[in-house]
Design a protein around this ligand. Sequence first.
Ligand code: SAM
Length: 232
Amino acid sequence: LCLDQPLGAGQSVLLAEAQAHYLFGVMRLTEGARLLVFNGCDGEWLAEVSEARRKRGALTCLEQVRSQQMPPDLWLIFAPVKKARTDVIVEKAVELGAARLMPVLTDYTNSERFRRDKAEAHVREAAEQCGALWLPQVEDAQPLSRLLQGWPEGRTLFWADESRAGARDSFASAPDGPAGILIGPEGGFSPAERGRLTELPFVHPVSLGPRILRAETAAIAALTLWQATHGD
Ligand code: SAM
């Protein structure tokens, strides 16, 4: 269970109403039941239910079972697509170990509404499901041009470029170290964006194979390929 309070030996944690409902109404846990909890920074803890009411509850942390792990230093930059498909991108990015999720608005982005609060809720659910102990940071959407302007020195930007489908540009030929992966919207990147990306020294274009993938498939494929060549 993902909590948003500090965890430590003997620490008592009050549950939010929705969490109490889930644990005691849905999962039918009662006082004395034990479960694993994490909060994104204090590792994973075995905790015991110390109070179990319908809308109120508390846990007590007993012992740490896993110390805090950090994700690889990989950012996923993606143009939001339709809601359900953006949800897939967020969920899979957590499973595949992205540290930061950065939505960008590009010339052909056709779904400009990105709900950061909803994405954060998906991040928590995905982390609970896959056993990741970290919670990737979710940013508000920003224009691609602003992101490129403020790109940090020393970080490679892997540009998933659909026009190179079938080419042999790959992740393997880029240096190790901090990185980002850029996935475009349904319509791909505009000629102006391609021009700009092509001239930037930190941008490393990559192909994801011979066919044009949907944006969410491209995100999954790119994250997996990066993990295979650059992950821990
Ligand atoms: N129209 C489809 C959709 O609705 O999702 C395809 C979208 S594809 C143009 C979206 C993005 O996925 C591209 O901008 C690119 O970043 C990435 N992509 C898809 N196939 C790719 C490939 N074979 N190589 C590199 N990038 C690819």
